[in-house]
Design a protein around this ligand. Structure first.
Ligand SMILES: [Zn+2]
Length: 393
């Protein structure tokens, strides 16, 4: 009896060691973990690895505070990357508010005033505590009015637009714990002021469709959500994605004189027919392509038709600064008809397990997407662009 027990224990221990030593790498008949899957296409097709854009570019969606925390020297080398790639101007969406706008401007404008434009943000929290919604300034009377005044000052400090982060709709709360509604009339004065001040509003509403679905074997972004479960908005504690998008559409309808650039292809690149209907219904709506070449590039026929039809309504953006390899994939996506290439420099596709196809856009559409639409919409960018372009190598 005792001997049988010893044997059983030995067997359990030995299997545990074996299990530890044999990674699920798909080799020698072993199973394969999804995160270890690194398929190398055997496909042989033409490749055009573009080192720079065909026409000068305004990148309307960059984060020079959130993602770039570098020194002035590092900013110099970023500007060299811009030169190499023909990016004339980057719009930093991280301008913040009040005197902080000047702080951000001093990083970007001390040496490179023509290369960067700045969008201001809204100080919803004020002096309130992060985890205590009742203490947030946006719940106090007259917040819209005070914010409108702040935005006028931000404009005097050089900001040329306003960026709204996705926490608006997804996480900022009322005192009772309910989420702030995107179309709450309390914010109307803010949107109206943006229109009157001529400040376009670049707004991130919601997130990819897959982030609102269960994290299970049917989720097309399972691998990403498994890595980052905090990106999931599935569950009763979160709003429905369709409701967020609908609430934003009501704001578009109420504020026809305010220009809105809806980030990440209006957060609905999974359904271009719907985005097309919105563009037709709301003439004050524009979209940027930031961080959505994965989505657009897996539907190249639909996406190309969309770009041709709505060529005046699409702006170039990357959500960077990114490594140069990723920036260059944007040129390849928009300009070539390359097939089945990665949309990211990361070895494991970070936004869905697939490759993309180029759109081969005609020159007149490329010019509009790369800069003409941005020059028309964002005040002051034309002047920066003209000077920056003249100095581009
Ligand atoms: Zn962004």
């Amino acid at each position: 009896m005792a001997r049988a027990l010893v044997w059983a224990c030995w067997f359990v221990a030995a299997s545990a060691v074996l299990a530890q030593e044999a990674p699920l790498d798909g080799q020698s008949g072993r199973n394969l973990l999804l995160e270890n899957f690194r398929p190398k296409p055997t496909l042989k097709v033409d490749q055009h690895l573009l080192a720079r854009a065909k026409f000068p570019v305004v990148d309307v969606h960059t984060h020079f505070r959130e993602k770039f925390r570098g020194t002035a020297d590092e900013l110099d080398s970023w500007v060299q990357l811009m030169d190499r790639n023909r990016i004339a101007v980057c719009v930093s969406l991280d301008g913040q508010w009040g005197e902080l706008v000047e702080e951000h401007a001093s990083l970007l404008w001390t040496k490179h005033k023509d290369r960067f434009a700045i969008f201001a943000n809204i100080d919803w929290r004020g002096g309130g505590k992060q985890d205590d919604p009742a203490s947030w300034d946006c719940l106090r009377p007259d917040f819209g009015h005070r914010t409108a005044r702040d935005l006028a000052r931000a404009k005097e400090r050089g900001a040329c637009g306003v960026k709204i982060f996705k926490g608006f709709g997804l996480s900022y709360k009322n005192a009772d714990g309910s989420l702030l509604a995107i179309d709450d009339p309390r914010w109307d004065e803010i949107w109206r002021a943006c229109g009157e001040l001529g400040l376009p509003v670049l707004i991130h509403v919601g997130d990819p469709a897959a982030f609102f679905l269960p994290i299970d074997e049917t989720n097309e972004r399972w691998e990403e959500l498994h890595r980052r479960p905090d990106w999931s908005f599935y569950g009763p504690q979160f709003p429905k994605r369709g409701e967020l998008l609908a609430a934003f559409n009501r704001v578009l309808a109420r504020h026809a004189k305010t220009t809105f650039i809806s980030a990440h292809f209006a957060s609905n690149a999974e359904d271009l027919a719907e985005v097309g209907r919105w563009l037709e219904q709301y003439p004050n709506l524009y979209v940027d392509i930031a961080s959505r070449i994965a989505e657009l590039g897996r539907q190249p026929f639909t996406a190309r038709r969309f770009f041709l039809k709505y060529q005046d309504r699409i702006l170039f953006g990357t959500d960077g600064p990114w490594p140069e390899e990723r920036i260059r994939l944007y040129w390849r996506f928009l300009e070539t008809e390359d097939e089945y290439f990665p949309y990211s420099e990361k070895p494991f596709p970070p936004q869905g397990l697939w490759n993309i196809y180029g759109l081969n856009l005609p020159n007149e559409v490329l010019r509009k997407v790369y800069h003409e639409n941005a020059l028309r919409l964002i005040p002051g960018v034309r002047e920066k662009f003209t000077r920056a372009f003249a100095a581009l190598p």
